[in-house]
Design a protein around this ligand. Structure first.
Ligand code: RIB
Ligand code: CA
Length: 315
């Protein structure tokens, strides 16, 4: 089977880490690189989380540093505590001993791989879009080299930072505006569906029974999220893994082609994804927007994807 080449641009992050692990062990995917962006936590933690995770799972995947702040710093530090001080909840990974960051900055690595993959490269974008926008502005040929962008961000209705904006888009609306205008085929997996994508204790128990290092780490992350939920905070929501699910388990979602752009100026609406659900703008749809989710099908797919680590001889 011809594997699908992916780069994962992320602000790792608890749910980012689960999405990365699901991608690493999905048979139809080849993760070509992990690129790091400021988001859930400071960029330095994101970068080390990504490097440490690759070494912990014995994965030879290049990890690059990226933007350590958005195009227009909103002055509010992104870390709202949802992912803990360093981004992996109350978990810590062993510091990488034998791994180095790729010498290229994220945007250059993305372009280099896109050229190598001759138009077959797909991007899983699960943090603020700063790196992607920089790459698009730096390399005018990039839009013709990216097959599809699958992104976690935005919402047709609502928000999680405030009533109108979702975190990834809110951190860097200008970057998201550049990406929406790129002409690259893309799928938006926003809060409309990710707020329903909650894992449960049975999922963690099944992963523990699998017993691999990858499955146990995902179970540990889920247990942290259950503790967070039981304290009245966010549920064990798989925001980012659902964006991968859109690519690998398309039957989990129902999507609609819509025109989408980003509010960059509103006093109360900055970071809002303006999703033209009714086609009233008269503008050609540029994004496939996920509107409905089959939660049991998604949970089954995600647990099975991580359990494939056993087939690959993960310790
Ligand atoms: O709003 C949800 C998004 O913010 C997810 O990508 C999560 O990882 C956080 O970055
Ligand atoms: Ca994320």
């Amino acid at each position: 089977m011809q594997k699908r080449p992916f780069i994962i641009d992320c602000d790792t992050g608890t749910d980012d880490a689960i999405a990365i692990i699901a991608a690493l062990y999905s048979e139809e995917v080849e993760v070509k690189a992990i690129t790091s962006v400021n988001g859930n936590v400071e960029h330095k933690y994101v970068c080390h989380n990504n490097l440490n995770l690759m070494e912990y799972l014995d994965q030879k995947v290049p990890v690059a540093k990226g933007a350590n702040m958005p195009f227009r710093d909103n002055g509010l530090h992104a870390n709202d505590g949802t992912h803990g001080k360093t981004g992996l909840g109350d978990l810590t990974l062993p510091e990488a001993q034998h791994s180095e960051f790729d010498p290229r900055i994220a945007s250059q690595l993305i372009h280099d791989v896109a050229v190598e993959e001759k138009g077959e490269l797909e991007l899983l974008v699960i943090g603020p879009m700063t790196n992607i926008a920089i790459a698009l502005l730096q390399y005018p040929d990039l839009p013709g080299l990216i097959k599809h962008i699958w992104f976690m961000g935005g919402a047709a209705v609502g928000g999680n930072v405030n009533t109108t904006a979702e975190f990834n888009i809110w951190v860097d609306p200008e970057a998201a505006h550049v990406v929406m205008g790129s002409g690259i085929p893309m799928t938006m997996v926003g809060l409309d569906v990710t707020l329903k994508a909650a894992m449960i204790e049975e999922d963690a128990a099944e992963l523990r029974a699998c017993g691999t290092r990858a499955a146990n780490f995902v179970a540990d992350l889920l247990d942290y999220m259950f503790r967070r939920r039981d304290m009245g905070q966010e549920d064990a929501l798989m925001h980012d893994a659902l964006a991968l699910g859109a690519a690998l388990c398309p039957d989990c979602l129902v999507c609609k082609d819509c025109y989408v752009d980003i509010e960059c100026f509103g006093q109360y609406t900055r970071g809002h994804t303006a999703v033209d659900l009714k086609g009233r703008s008269g503008k050609k749809p540029n994004v496939s927007v996920a509107l409905e989710i089959d939660v049991p099908m998604f949970r089954r797919w995600l647990v099975d994807a991580v359990k494939k680590s056993a087939k690959l001889g993960d310790k």
